[in-house]
Design a protein around this ligand. Structure first.
Ligand code: IVH
Length: 694
């Protein structure tokens, strides 16, 4: 060790010290003073240079290095932690009617009778930041933010400063356990903190949640230690052993390990009980010593929770019941139009700035043309603005008594404000869409931003601003251009390093960050294409179903024939109906898109993905068809279960079908299967088969 340290030249040591202190200075400017002196790109360049030096001379690293201290600009300086079990969000209900809808869905999915009881465990929805804390043999090993749900930021050092979080668990705990819950700040502590901040002439926080967020994301955990953060546990991540049969028991176990839980909670078995709890909490809310933005209802029985599973990014077995949004009245000064990735023209209200729900709002969405007409919103009007939780502020109506005689009706454009093409509202759509497609700069830019965004190619060095700049300078006009940047720079066709704000090093880093992301999983790749209605969940289903780009492209060309097998195959995929299918097919049948795909395929490496769960189940890789009425499971539960077990569920019998599961009153499909000699199973046989491990 000593020897290698000696071999580092004085130059390197000095360079290291200089870089390290520069970065610390910029961190302070950014986080503490709120007045950064350098652009993000410049900061990143310095940071990467430091990382590179440390990689070359690990002996230089000390605990004080900016790469080691926890806290800072989260996506840049925190280490990443993969969640072994994703951290999901929650669906919402806002009314009794929607709550009934949620409960009905539970009964339907579980195929239970309304006379059966589904207990719901209800708890406060704490307005803070969620966090997952991992313990092994009872000792905290790390803690992470939710991040994108799959990967969070390592905030272990900061979490360790929170007094109400145990470093060691008490009592009888499983060998591995991840406790999930909310980091927040008590109201009175928040008031005191703001008082102190004010006295010190430092940043005053808009609300307790922001204060908690700012405090948790400190670069220096000794700053976090001075902040009065708190924690309530409410859920589990990975556990090596069950700690209860119900949500209520989980909560009790979490508390027995030394955590606090939010109070009061309620175990309800009827919708009336839930509503009573809601009404009680609506009144008590103001007196609670912490902020809540609603309640969370969770199916109490864990076996049911498991059967219900997840839809996309939220559990079917839980929902949030939000409190009504806070409202305010302000003046609508103007309406601007934003053109999105798929050409939709969205009207945005420019407002006289006003504080609502703890933040100052100066823009709000007006959704679409019909919405403006329905609400009869006019420029100059006093409008009612509402903001609920983290939802974008909305305009809910106009104060007619205050309407001025000079208020102006807004005429929705019938051409795109960016490219001038016609903007048309199609019969079955609410959206007015720019018809310019590829010639519309706004659409093209938005698509590029989507292409490089976090759930897509995730190219860190290419933020929105840089995409805009490179678009305007004609350096990047299509996704393919991203991957030819380095070559073109070398051949002097372009000259990024001479541009303002750029230099040798930042250009090198940019190329590196592109290089690093050339390998991409097939689902992310599909998502990156920005096909209308194809979000992350659908992209994943397509990737699993078609395995590679060549097959997908070819099948989508074949699927143009709606009577053919390829089309049927496409709409047999869960969640893909006629409308989504139409958008996918038209994307792949557009010749320009095919050219881009061909070019991309040569420049990036697309990796197939596999369904990891249960590849050893007896139905894994098998093609299943369900027909007739099932009694113990709903059709959707049966289908979801089959897919979780690695089977493919299709809608029609063919020679490729392995099993037909025939419920009551099975008709023509059963006959066809018998004719083809396909194994048919009763519902009970299916349940036995699906519960076998292998
Ligand atoms: S349970 C899979 N319980 O709300 C379900 N979440 O909008 C995981 N939250 O990300 C969440 N209080 O940050 C749960 N009692 C509570 C909660 C709660 C607050 C937050 C949490 C979550 C968000 C979803």
């Amino acid at each position: 060790m000593e020897q290698s340290y000696n071999s580092i030249s004085q130059d390197v040591v000095e360079k290291y010290a200089h870089l390290s202190s520069e970065i610390k200075k910029h961190n302070r400017k950014y986080y503490v003073d709120d007045s950064p002196e350098v652009s993000d790109a410049e900061y990143d360049a310095l940071y990467r240079e430091l990382q590179k030096l440390e990689a070359e001379f690990p002996e230089l690293i000390n605990a004080d290095s900016p790469t080691q201290t926890v806290g800072s600009k989260p996506s840049k300086a925190f280490n990443k932690i993969q969640h072994t079990i994703p951290m999901l969000s929650l669906g919402n209900v806002f009314s009794e009617e929607e709550l009934n809808g949620f409960l009905d869905r539970l009964y339907r999915y579980l195929k239970l009778d309304q006379t059966d009881k589904i207990e719901i465990f209800a708890e406060p929805k704490i307005d803070g930041l969620s966090c997952s804390i991992r313990y092994e043999k009872g000792v905290m090993v790390h803690a992470a933010t939710r991040g994108d749900g799959f990967e969070g930021e390592d905030i272990t050092q900061n979490i360790k400063t929170i007094k109400t979080i145990p470093h060691k668990l008490k009592g009888d705990f499983p060998e591995i356990i991840e406790i999930r819950g909310e980091v927040f700040m008590l109201r009175k502590e928040f008031d005191i903190l703001n008082q102190i901040q004010k006295e010190k002439g430092e940043k005053v926080f808009a609300n307790a949640r922001n204060a908690a967020a700012g405090s948790l994301r400190q670069l220096d955990s000794s700053v976090t230690a001075t902040r009065p953060l708190d924690f309530y546990g409410y859920a589990l991540g990975e556990v090596s052993q069950s700690i209860g049969q119900t949500q209520k028991e989980i909560r009790e176990s979490i508390i027995s390990y030394g955590f606090q839980g939010a109070e009061p909670v309620a175990l309800c078995s009827t919708v009336e009980q839930l509503i009573n709890y809601y009404k009680k909490m609506e009144i008590e809310r103001a007196d609670l010593n912490y902020e809540i933005d609603g309640l969370v209802y969770k199916v109490n029985n864990l076996e049911y929770q498991e059967r219900l599973g997840f839809v996309s990014r939220a559990p079917r077995w839980a929902t949030a019941h939000k409190f009504p949004a806070e409202k305010a009245v302000t003046v609508l000064e103007d309406i601007d139009i934003q053109v999105g990735r798929t050409g939709v023209l969205t009207p945005v209200a420019r407002l006289q700035p006003i504080g609502v729900g703890g933040v100052v709002v100066s823009n709000a969405t007006l959704h679409n043309k019909d919405e403006i007409e329905r609400k009869d919103v006019r420029i100059g009007d006093h409008v009612i603005l509402q903001r609920a939780g983290d939802v974008i502020p909305q305009i809910t109506g106009v104060v007619l008594e205050k309407r001025r005689s000079d208020s102006k009706r807004y005429i929705f454009p019938n051409s795109c404000p960016v490219c001038g093409s016609d903007a048309i509202q199609e019969d079955d759509e609410v959206a007015v869409r720019c018809q310019g497609g590829l010639i519309c700069d706004a659409q093209a830019k938005e698509r590029l931003k989507h292409f490089v965004s976090r759930p897509a190619f995730d190219i860190e060095g290419l933020g929105n601003k840089i995409i805009e700049q490179f678009w305007d300078d004609k350096i990047i006009r299509s996704p393919v251009d991203i991957f030819t940047l380095e070559n073109r720079e070398q051949r002097d066709e372009i000259n990024i390093k001479e541009k303002e704000g750029w230099g040798e090093l930042s250009v090198k880093n940019l190329f590196q960050s592109i290089q690093d992301k050339k390998k991409i999983s097939f689902n992310r790749f599909i998502y990156a294409l920005g096909i209308r209605q194809v979000g992350e969940a659908t992209a994943k289903k397509l990737a699993l179903h078609y395995k590679n780009l060549e097959t997908l492209s070819q099948e989508m060309i074949n699927a143009k024939d709606k009577a053919g097998e390829a089309y049927n195959d496409l709409i047999s995929i869960e969640d893909i109906g006629a409308s989504v299918a139409k958008d996918i097919i038209s994307f792949f049948n557009e010749s320009h898109n095919q050219e881009i795909l061909d070019a991309l395929e040569k420049r990036v490496e697309i990796e197939a993905i596999e369904e990891t769960i249960n590849s050893d189940s007896p139905v894994s890789g098998k093609v299943l068809v369900f027909t007739g009425t099932l009694v113990k499971q709903s059709r959707s539960e049966a289908k979801a279960l089959a897919e979780r077990l690695g089977a493919k569920v299709t809608g029609s019998i063919s020679a490729k079908t392995d099993y037909l599961i025939a419920g009551d009153k099975a008709g023509s499909k059963l006959k066809k299967a018998q004719n083809l000699g396909i194994t048919t199973l009763s519902e009970d046989e299916w349940i036995t088969l699906s519960s076998q491990k292998d």
